[in-house]
Design a protein around this ligand. Structure first.
Ligand SMILES: C[S@@+](CC[C@H](N)C(=O)[O-])C[C@H]1O[C@@H](n2cnc3c(N)ncnc32)[C@H](O)[C@@H]1O
Length: 252
C-alpha cells in the first residue's frame, strides 16, 4: 500500500491513535527561535503545527495526504484565515518547492516511510534545494537497537481499546521485519466495520543518514537523542541508540 493510500484510510483514526503525544514539541519550538519561514514536511493532522502557530510562528504544513491535511485544515482554519498557516500538497520525492525555508522539520518518523534508496536520496536533495542559506533541517528517525523484537514479531498485539467521538474502536496490530523494513498491519474495528491498514517503514541508521545529508550538501550534521533541548544527548555516528534519534543539519 502506498503511503498516500495508507494515510487516506488512517486519517480518521490518526488523532485517536497518537493521543496527546507532545513530548517532542519543546525541542521544535526551541529550534524555531530566530526563524521566519518554517515548514513541516509530513505535517499530517497538524499535531506540531498547532503549538508552533499558538507560539506565534507563521508555518507551512506540507504533506502528500489530502485526507490528513483536511483534518489539520478543520482544526486550524482560523490560522489559515489569518494568513499564519499555509497547507500544501507537495511530494519532495518528486520536486522541490519554489519557496525557501529557514527551518524544515520532518517529525515523528515520517522519513522512515520512504522505503527505497532513490526516494530517500531525492527527498533529501529536494528538501536541501527548498532551504535558505543557513537553514536548519531536523529529522526525527527510528532505528531499533535490535531488528528482532520477539515481543512484536509477526504476532497480533492484544487488542487495544480507544474511544473515538464516543464510539469504541478496537485496534489489532501485527508487525514483521523483512530486513530493515517493518511491515505493519493495523486493523481498526468500529461498530462491526473493520479497516485494515498496511504501512511499511524502513529503519535508517545514523551512518546512512549522515551520507544522505552530506551528499545532498548539508553541513554541521549531528545526531541527538532525547527531546529535552537543554539536555540533548549527542550521539556519535556509530553509537547505538535505544530507538529514536534526531538528525540536525545546516545548509551553509
Ligand atoms: C507518522 S505521520 C506524522 C504526522 C505528523 N508529523 C505528526 O507528528 O503527527 C507521517 C505523515 O507523513 C506523510 N508522508 C508520507 N510520505 C510523505 C512524503 N513523501 N512527503 C510528505 N509527506 C509524507 C503522511 O501522509 C503522514 O501524514
Amino acid at each position: 500500500m502506498r503511503a498516500e493510500d495508507a494515510y487516506r484510510r488512517f486519517a480518521k483514526y490518526y488523532n485517536m491513535y497518537v493521543q496527546e503525544f507532545m513530548d517532542d514539541i519543546p525541542v521544535y519550538l526551541k529550534l524555531c527561535e530566530g526563524a521566519k519561514d518554517i515548514a513541516e514536511v509530513g505535517c499530517g493532522t497538524g499535531r506540531l503545527l498547532k503549538p508552533l502557530l499558538d507560539s506565534g510562528y507563521r508555518v507551512t504544513g506540507i504533506d502528500i495526504s489530502d485526507a490528513m491535511m483536511s483534518i489539520a485544515e478543520m482544526k486550524l482554519n482560523y490560522y489559515i484565515e489569518d494568513g499564519m498557516l499555509e497547507l500544501i500538497n507537495h511530494n519532495f520525492i518528486k520536486s522541490y518547492t519554489s519557496k525557501q525555508y529557514d527551518r524544515i522539520f520532518v517529525t515523528f518518523y515520517t522519513f522512515n516511510y520512504l522505503i527505497h534508496d532513490d526516494e530517500q536520496t531525492q527527498f533529501i536533495k529536494n528538501v536541501y534545494k527548498s532551504m535558505k542559506p543557513n537553514g536548519i533541517i531536523t529529522i526525527d528517525l527510528f532505528y531499533p537497537k535490535t531488528m528482532a523484537n520477539p515481543e512484536y514479531e509477526d504476532k497480533w498485539s492484544d487488542e487495544k481499546e480507544y474511544f473515538h467521538n464516543g464510539v469504541k474502536v478496537l485496534m489489532k496490530d501485527n508487525r514483521k521485519m523483512i530486513g530493515e523494513i517493518e511491515e505493519r498491519i493495523q486493523i481498526f474495528s468500529q461498530e462491526g466495520i473493520s479497516d485494515e491498514i498496511k504501512t511499511c517503514r524502513r529503519f535508517v541508521n545514523k551512518k546512512d543518514m549522515y551520507k544522505l545529508l552530506k551528499d545532498a550538501g548539508f553541513s554541521k550534521i549531528r545526531f541527538v537523542e532525547g527531546y529535552d533541548y537543554s539536555d540533548l544527548h549527542e550521539l556519535a555516528v556509530d553509537e547505538s541508540t535505544t530507538a529514536g534519534f534526531m538528525a540536525i543539519a545546516e545548509k551553509l
